[in-house]
Design a binder for this molecule. Structure first.
Ligand code: B4P
Length: 190
C-alpha cells in the first residue's frame, strides 16, 4: 500500500497536486478540508461547528478530523493506498493516524512537503478567493491567521515524520507540472 501525506502551508498547492497524484497512482484522496466543507454544505451539526472555526482561520478540533479519517479508512479497506491532503495538521493527529494505520498493519510511506514563502501564499489565496467563494480566502488578516496556525501547530508535524526518516521537501514555487514531476520522483523512491 502507498500511503502518502501531502504537506505544506495553506495555498502551497496540496489540492492542486493531489488531483494529479490520484490520477497517476490510483490512490483514494482524503482531504480533511474537502470533508469539512462537505459537512458545512450538508448543514450537519459537525459542519456548523467547523464553519465557525474555519471562517476565522482556526483549526478544527483534533477529535473531529481524526474521527472523519477513521470513517474513511474503514470505508476503503481494499484501496491501493491513500493520499492524505491537509491531514495531519497537528502532532496529535499524526500520532492518531500512525495508530489507525498500524491497526491495519499499514503505515505512512512518505511525507512530501511543498515549501512556498508567505508572500506567494497570500497572493495565491487572495487570487483563489476571487472565484472560490471560500470565506477563508477572502481577506489578508484571515490568511495571515491561517499561516500563523500552520507555523505554531502544523509545522512540528514535519519534524515528527523527519524523525521517522519519511520526510521529503520540494520547492512548491514554479510550474505545476514541474512540481508534480518532483513529487512523482519522491513517491517512486519511497
Ligand atoms: P484546506 O482545505 O486543507 O486548504 P488549503 O490549506 O487552503 O489549501 P491547499 O494547499 O490545498 O491549496 P491549493 O492547492 O488549493 O484547509 C482549509 C481549512 O480547513 C483550514 O484552515 C482549517 O480550518 C480546516 N482544516 C482542514 N484540515 C484540517 C485538519 N486536519 N485539522 C484541523 N483543521 C483542518 O492551492 C491554492 C491556490 O494556489 C489555488 O488557487 C491554486 O490554483 C494555486 N496554485 C497551486 N499551485 C500553484 C503553483 N505552482 N503556482 C501558482 N499557483 C498555484
Amino acid at each position: 500500500m502507498l500511503n502518502l501525506i501531502l504537506f505544506g502551508p495553506p495555498g502551497a498547492g496540496k489540492g492542486t497536486q493531489s488531483e494529479k497524484i490520484i490520477a497517476k497512482y490510483n490512490l483514494i484522496h482524503l482531504s480533511t478540508g474537502d470533508l469539512l466543507r462537505s459537512e458545512i454544505q450538508a448543514g450537519t451539526e459537525l459542519g456548523l461547528k467547523a464553519k465557525t472555526l474555519m471562517d476565522q482561520g482556526i483549526l478544527v478540533p483534533d477529535e473531529v478530523v481524526i474521527g472523519m479519517i477513521d470513517n474513511k479508512l474503514k470505508e476503503h479497506r481494499s484501496a491501493a493506498g491513500f493520499i492524505f491532503d491537509g491531514f495531519p495538521r497537528t502532532v496529535k493527529q499524526a500520532e492518531a493516524l500512525d495508530n489507525l494505520l498500524a491497526s491495519y498493519n499499514e503505515g505512512i510511506s512518505v511525507m512530501v512537503a511543498l515549501s512556498v514563502d508567505d508572500d506567494e501564499l497570500l497572493a495565491r489565496l487572495l487570487n483563489r478567493g476571487k472565484t472560490s467563494g471560500r470565506p477563508d480566502d477572502q481577506n489578508e488578516e484571515l490568511i495571515a491567521k491561517r499561516i500563523q496556525e500552520y507555523n505554531s501547530k502544523t509545522k512540528p508535524v514535519a519534524d515528527y515524520y523527519q524523525e521517522q526518516g519519511k520526510f521529503v521537501a520540494i520547492n512548491g514555487i514554479g510550474e505545476i507540472d514541474h512540481i508534480f514531476g518532483e513529487i512523482s520522483e519522491a513517491i517512486e523512491a519511497a
